[in-house]
Design a protein around this ligand. Structure first.
Ligand code: SF4
Length: 375
């Protein structure tokens, strides 16, 4: 057999094994039994920072309350927030709503049916657009997520190149040549499912793998070397004060951050300048109400290595608004909301805020059932 023919036969075999395996073991999610574009779209945006298993109850609640594009486009912000609570990154649900408005104004009651058109929908990057186009409309466009990168890295012994910014585009081109044209949606989902359930980051289950016979790293006994570790990021050290402002021991004032650091999350006011804070607190006549204690939170977000001092302040919500306005050059992006102490945890949408709350009220703190619910 000509080497090219032999290579084609291997690819064909691999594709068939993968699809047949997927047909037998795929997990039963509601958006799979009914690949409605709206459902697939909502599910994909929801699962951007977490797993499908975690997303399931949120998804069901969301599509029951907002069953279509029009209801999503018309939903008040408070409803969006409450449906998204626990998933973090509120900007995603706002983008989802922008996407719904875009679809209604450009396609009426229909959905776009091509990859390129979905790319223009707010909230949809290449990955989300590819999932919807392939699963709902049968377009042969490959999906590349972290699971797929890991499978390819191990299967074809692809090393550090997989971390290059251009690799995902390159991989899209390569997979575009071997994707199953008859059923691209299942092909994409099979590859992602393989990464999520068998070719897992730690302890891959090679004995249960449908493409084991063609896997190069398995054949060479070096699965553990792929993918290689990600290059180290360089970190920036950040000092912050997290302000837990309470009124009468019963109400806690939280802020919705519209822009900037931790934008689109709800939590405690975060301030960068401790001296400025003390000065402004004095100016408002609240100095006796401010208590720094010695509680410290360490946390890393993207490239920021944060050391945060927790301070408590007794004040009203209007005093807190004035304080934030005077400490920040642009406070228009922050909105204060007061909640009962028992509701604080449910309103927090970042793990940094959870850590702050844990410092102040360890006994009331209910640890998240899964860290992936937060970021
Ligand atoms: S054989 Fe093992 S390493 Fe190779 S693709 Fe399958 S699970 Fe991953």
């Amino acid at each position: 057999m000509h080497p090219k023919e032999s290579e084609d036969a291997t690819v064909e075999l691999c594709r068939e094994s993968l699809l047949s395996w997927y047909g037998q073991v795929k997990r039963d999610f509601p958006w799979r039994s009914n690949p409605d574009p709206y459902h697939v779209w909502v599910c994909e945006v929801m699962s951007q920072q977490t797993t499908l298993k975690v997303v399931l109850p949120y998804f069901e609640r969301f599509v029951e309350a907002l069953p279509n594009c029009r209801s999503l486009a018309e939903a008040p912000e408070s409803q969006l927030r409450s449906l998204w609570q626990g998933l973090g990154y509120y900007s995603r649900v706002r983008n989802l709503q922008r996407g719904a408005l875009h679809i209604l104004s450009n396609y009426g009651e229909e959905f776009p049916n091509a990859y390129e058109s979905w790319l223009a929908v707010p909230s949809c990057g290449p990955y989300t657009a590819a999932v919807i186009a392939s699963v709902c409309f049968g377009e042969a466009v490959p999906c590349v997520d972290g699971n797929v990168v890991r499978v390819v890295s191990r299967h074809a012994k692809r090393g550090a190149e997989v971390w290059a910014p251009s690799f995902r585009n390159e991989l899209m081109r390569e997979l575009g040549e071997i994707i199953c044209r008859k059923n691209p949606g299942d092909f994409n989902q099979a590859l992602m499912e393989l990464g999520a359930t068998v070719c897992k980051p730690r302890r891959p289950l090679c004995e249960a793998c449908p493409v084991q016979t063609s896997c190069q790293s398995h054949a060479d006994g070096c699965v553990h070397l792929y993918p290689p570790p990600k290059p180290q990021k360089s970190f920036r050290d950040v000092e912050l004060v997290g302000l837990v402002a309470q009124e009468g021991g019963q109400r806690v004032h939280l802020v919705h951050r519209r822009r900037g650091f931790l934008s689109e999350t709800c939590g405690f006011p975060l301030l960068t300048n401790r001296e400025e804070l003390c000065r402004r607190v004095r100016h408002l006549g609240l100095e006796g109400a401010l208590d720094f204690g010695s509680r410290l939170v360490k946390h890393t977000i993207t490239r920021n290595r944060i050391r945060l001092t927790v301070a408590e302040l007794r004040c009203s919500s209007s005093q807190l608004s004035r304080l934030i306005s005077s400490c920040s050059q642009d406070s228009t992006h922050i909105e204060v909301q007061s909640v009962g102490t028992s509701q604080v945890r449910d309103n927090l949408s970042s793990s940094l805020d959870c850590k702050i709350w844990e410092q102040v009220f360890p006994s009331r703190f209910r640890r998240c059932s899964s860290e992936s619910e937060l970021w």
